[in-house]
Design a protein around this ligand. Structure first.
Ligand code: ARG
Ligand code: ZN
Length: 894
């Protein structure tokens, strides 16, 4: 069944309040739900009250205290319908669910010895019959009852209003959430958990309690999460003037969790991977991700909870905006306390990381069968639309509005958004309306009507650039042209092959042949970077006082999520990579240079010709590595080669083994030819003293471990001792993983197996570290299907825990191209088998794995047929979930 955006109808009833009572029992939990119901004005009296339910056993239904006999209501296709209700009444429903049998991890489920919930998007219907849609908002009163032995802690949203023992020996807790909310923000947690907390005061002087709950024994691992939570609270006050609206804000870590985390009102539930950290078990990347996800969920309290979505097509309203906010939070945390140049470099590092993610995950999505606008037009299963497009491209669309309005204008637009919509369930258009009201004031006569197309068009636009330099007039004319070709299912519609132009903010700089910035005048202002607003298919801008043919620095800071086409010379790229004053564009130039060389070598590999490393690239890498003005974190990014996923987007048809061979060759050449410099960087970037995940030391560790990886790639025999020494002496997990990764991927001899075994022995008690251990091996160069299967036979492996499944099965299928695309097709068999095995347990997670074959049609012919056949076998399987069925059907029907 396909749901279409245009089919929205308001819900005919209001449900202003709901009282829930839970008798918690993993085998069978009884839920009593008392709903106050009010028919909306103008709705015919015979309109049924339709409530959704899934995997529930109905016990009884009553209206205003009178039981309704069977026949007084109907249940079909997961909908309970009550007709003939008074205009206002109370409906009481009693039903049972089975948390211990719930392997989907949606609704109420068991993890460890505790009970957790996950309701977004449509999990509340697995707890009780309800109008499970975000525009129905209610006040919740929740009573939780359970045994003290099993569930000493009983948590739900809002404030604890009553607690105590019950005559039958159990105890109870009563929670009241003062803020009306959609049911997807409901949560409960019951179990035996440890808590770290702090009290602080909001800007307006209210005392609030911040708490982080986790498994007993993990109390030493929650310091960073709690500190991150406090920083999030402060940041939202400072940057957006948004205060915490609750007396108490709780974060709970769950070992079994489908996604990253969930912003339930006042009771965020997190994947433990985004909560728990200490220097011995968490890498710098883990610390950064924890801070970002804590921020993300906290920021949802305003962007998502206070103002929520009218329907699930509007998901990017809260997700794109909240990702943008968490990106800015991280950037501000990385830049704080530094001088202007260092702060700009730190911000560029964050931007580089975010753009690399977008290119690796969202660009392929936008070019494949699941391509959709950030506000999708239709879906079969909404769980499949928590995508890189809705989240990451959605954040880019918000960022472009920030760029067009400026910081102050964007803030004014946010203020206006909350002034208009606080407490409401709204649409993406409502958000743009608020921003547009400010934009019109700033730019009389202009509006965001063309900009809005970003919400309705899928696909990555291509912007081609031409430069015309008139030496006599010392004038340079820049022409930008955009193309928006059909993508995904659009290709089947012959009438829609080219879509209308978008509003593209395009940041541009020009360098003279010596690499110096040229001042550019636009709209009477002279700057080194100008923002060109392309709103038509093609447009021109002219700049004066440009004596010689300039070198363009294009799409600075990645000012729009587009692909730029420009006929670079390698020399121009090398010049930009050495001199561009915009650190993001400088990074980009080096990446483009490397991309061209890798693609050229991939073609040589396919033709059976010898591969070659061009000196232009080697010199550029050497210059960056030696540049004393560049900080370590920035250099670590600039010296990394583009990921295989990013490279694949540039190859047609995609040949992963050829790409891997070409990338490995270049890595080895850079490692060998620059060995002296890598060794120096390795020595110069040691960190001493107590561990700190701060950007400075983290950047040095990143560069040091990158240097080790290059050294090992260049000459494993000569450098293995260095890796072994680092492994043994590592004082933190970043260094230990850095060394283990170098050994596993490049090393040889007994030392490799010994290190793998040692790591397991040291950390077998910590599931998050064992996930790292599985992931490292799943993606290792030598891991083929047989090795992946052998890893699955390890007693610590289980498909039931999503983190474990992701660490091994997903890592192999998504990040081990050589293994997955093995010539005999064994990788595809493995994928199909694992999708089906997971689908029987957890459809949402299975559907993510299913997407590994999305772009099968773009692969080299020998691979394509095997991928297509594997997809066909999955599709033919009886009893496929709606989640997986949607993914494989879309992939095959392209
Ligand atoms: N709203 C959550 C977040 O982005 C994601 C939850 C999605 N959960 C799911 N099971 N689909 O922070
Ligand atoms: Zn979110």
């Amino acid at each position: 069944v396909t749901v279409a955006r245009g089919d929205y109808l308001p819900y005919p009833y209001a449900i202003p309040s709901i009282a829930l009572e839970f008798d918690l029992d993993p085998a069978r939990t009884r839920v009593l739900s008392r709903l106050s119901i009010e028919r909306q004005p103008g709705v015919p009296a015979d309109t049924p009250l339709a409530l959704k339910g899934e995997d529930l056993a109905l016990v009884s239904v009553a209206v205003d205290g009178s039981p309704i006999a069977e026949g007084g209501y109907t249940i079909s296709d997961g909908v309970l319908r009550l007709t003939g209700l008074p205009a206002a009444c109370e409906v009481e429903i009693v039903s049972d669910c089975r948390p211990a049998e719930n392997s989907t991890l949606m609704g109420l489920y068991v993890s460890g010895a505790s009970l957790f919930t996950q309701c977004e998007a449509e999990g509340f219907r697995r707890i009780t019959w309800f109008a499970d849609r975000p525009d129905v908002m209610s006040r919740y009163r929740v009573t939780l009852r359970g045994t003290r032995a099993d569930y000493p802690l009983l948590l739900s949203n809002g404030n604890l209003v009553d607690a105590g023992d019950l005559p039958d020996g159990r105890h109870q807790a009563v929670w009241e959430d003062p803020h009306p909310k959609p049911c997807y923000l409901f949560a409960l947690v019951a179990g035996n958990l440890t808590c770290r907390e702090l009290r602080t005061r909001t800007r307006s002087g209210r005392d609030v309690l911040l708490q982080v709950y986790s498994d007993p024994g993990s109390e030493s691992q929650t310091e960073w999460a709690l500190a991150s939570l406090e920083r999030s609270l402060r940041w939202d006050e400072d940057r957006f003037g948004l205060e915490l609206d609750l007396d108490r804000f709780m974060v709970v870590a769950a070992r079994d969790f489908n996604m990253g985390a969930m912003e339930n009102k006042g009771l965020n539930i997190f994947n433990a991977a985004y909560v728990l950290a200490d220097p011995d078990t968490a890498t710098d990347a883990n610390y950064l991700a924890i801070e970002a996800v804590i921020g993300h969920e906290y920021f949802h309290n305003w962007t998502g909870n206070r103002v929520t979505c009218r329907d699930w097509f509007q998901l990017s309203l809260k997700e794109g905006l909240t990702v943008f906010r968490d990106q800015e939070f991280t950037a501000d945390m990385m830049a704080r306390g530094q001088d202007a140049a260092a702060a700009a470099s730190a911000r560029a590092v964050k931007r580089i990381d975010d753009v690399a993610t977008l290119r690796a995950a969202q660009f392929p999505e936008d070019a494949g069968p699941m391509a959709h606008p950030i506000r999708p037009e239709s879906y079969q299963e909404i769980g499949n639309f928590y995508t890189a497009t809705v989240y990451e491209k959605g954040a880019e669309v918000i960022r472009m509005q920030h760029t067009l309005l400026g910081e102050a204008g964007f803030r004014a637009g946010m203020d206006e958004y909350f002034r208009r919509h606080d407490g409401q369930a709204v649409t993406c258009d409502d958000f743009v309306d608020a921003m547009e009201s400010v934009y019109r004031d700033l730019h009389p006569g202009r509006d965001l009507s063309v900009f809005r197309r970003w919400y309705q068009q899928a696909g990555t636009p291509r912007v081609s650039v031409t430069l015309d330099h008139d030496a006599a007039a010392q004038r340079c004319t820049v022409t930008l042209s955009q193309r928006n070709p059909a993508v995904g299912v659009e290709k089947q519609d012959a009438s829609a092959q080219e879509k209308p132009p978008l509003h593209i903010p395009f940041a541009l700089g020009l360098l003279d042949p010596q690499g110096r910035a040229l001042p550019l005048t636009l709209d009477g202002k002279t700057q080194e970077t100008v923002l060109l607003e392309l709103t038509t298919a093609s447009a021109q801008w002219t700049f004066e006082n440009i004596p010689a043919q300039p070198i363009p620095s294009l799409l600075r800071d990645f000012s729009a999520p587009v692909i730029v086409d420009y006929p670079w010379t390698d020399a121009a790229l090398a010049l930009l990579s050495a001199h561009d004053g915009n650190p993001f564009a400088r990074w980009e130039a080096g990446q483009e240079l490397a991309t061209r060389q890798i693609l050229a070598n991939a073609a040589r590999h396919q033709a059976g010709e010898p591969l070659a490393a061009d000196p232009t690239l080697v010199d550029a890498w050497r210059a960056t590595l030696r540049d004393p003005k560049l900080d370590a974190a920035y250099r670590a990014r600039a010296l990394m080669l583009p990921s295989e996923k990013t490279l694949a987007e540039r190859m047609q048809p995609i040949d992963p083994p050829a790409l891997a061979a070409a990338r490995d060759f270049l890595r080895a050449e850079l490692g060998r030819q620059l060995a002296q410099d890598w060794r120096a960087a390795y020595q110069d970037n040691q960190t001493e003293g107590a561990f700190s995940p701060a950007p400075g030391p983290a950047g040095r560790r990143a560069l040091k471990n990158l240097s080790l990886a290059y050294l090992m790639a260049g000459d494993a025999a000569a450098n293995q001792a260095l890796a072994e020494t680092q492994y043994r002496g590592a004082a933190n997990m970043t260094d230990r993983m850095g060394a283990l990764s170098a050994l596993v991927n490049e090393g040889s001899g007994d030392a490799v197996g010994q290190a793998i075994a040692d790591f397991h022995t040291r950390w077998q008690h910590d599931p998050l570290v064992i996930d790292k251990w599985f992931a490292l091996q799943a993606t290792a160069r030598g891991t083929d299907v047989a090795a992946a299967r052998a890893l699955m036979a390890h007693p610590a492996f289980t498909l039931r825990n999503p983190n474990r499944a992701r660490a091994l099965v997903f890592q192999f299928c998504l990040n081990n191209a050589r293994g997955l695309h093995a010539a005999d097709g064994a990788g595809y068999d493995f994928w199909a088998e694992q999708v089906l095995a997971l689908d029987a347990l957890n459809p949402e997670v299975a559907a993510r794995l299913a997407r590994a074959m999305d772009n099968w049609a773009r692969y080299a012919p020998a691979l394509r047929t095997g991928m297509q056949a594997a997809l066909g076998r999955v599709r033919a399987h009886a009893g496929l979930s709606r989640n997986v069925a949607e993914i494989v059907a879309k992939a095959l029907d392209i």
